[in-house]
Design a protein around this ligand. Sequence first.
Ligand code: FES
Length: 98
Amino acid sequence: MIVCHCRNISDHDIHAAIDWMRAADPETLATPGKVRRALGKPADCGGCTTLFLGTMRNGPNPEMPMHIRDLREATQETGTCKATARSSNASTVRSAAS
Ligand code: FES
């Protein structure tokens, strides 16, 4: 099935690119941008984004790297994201202002 008509990207192309990325680095986080870059086909109109993401999620290899699986639950429990500490942003702003 063709997912992106502008760049002629099929669901097989997307799944093959994700498999290739995971074979090279099992910890990699597959994003549409990385998949497009791996395929050498950048986005054009962007109209396929929803279908592109759905194809990525429903593929045979939708596994998330272990270290980021619990980020959503941790964020909902504490109200802050573990991935980006807010205090580091505040200190950067303060040091830049002085
Ligand atoms: S349909 Fe995919 S970029 Fe246009």
